[in-house]
Design a protein around this ligand. Sequence first.
Ligand code: SF4
Length: 162
Amino acid sequence: MLRYLNYNIVFQEVPDEVTLAIHISQCPHRCKGCHSPILQQNSGEYLNESVLDHLLHTYQNAITCICFMGGDANPKEVERLALYVKQHSNIQTAWYSGSVKIPEYCNILAFDYIKIGPYIDHLGGLNDRTTNQRFYAVRNGTLIDITNRFQKKQALSMLSYV
Ligand code: SF4
């Protein structure tokens, strides 16, 4: 079963969405320069349907998306919980995975957005044009690469400093 450390409402992680980001622990990756090494530990509360029910009940009028941040130790469980959100709300679902690619056995229709790729220090994150990471919108079963949405935002914020 997945475990999570905490959650918060964020605005940058999924373009055009107000997102409740759930930070899942037990990350199997060991990215050099990891932003949150604590997520590699086996700790936190269990993430299950009753937790999602509570979050939906509390936040569904304030958010448009729930994002599973991590969960690569058990992708099938991330998929299952994302489908649960879809079946019990009109909230969009997103998945931030640190894996190199989406596991072939995963149903991408469980998600409206998928970020894929480990953090590689010298290539940077989604905001960097050199990044190895990709951010997809899932539309009609097709993955549409919208990574440049993050880089445009970065370019605009740099312009405001000129
Ligand atoms: S995938 Fe994310 S949480 Fe996991 S080791 Fe890499 S940067 Fe850290």
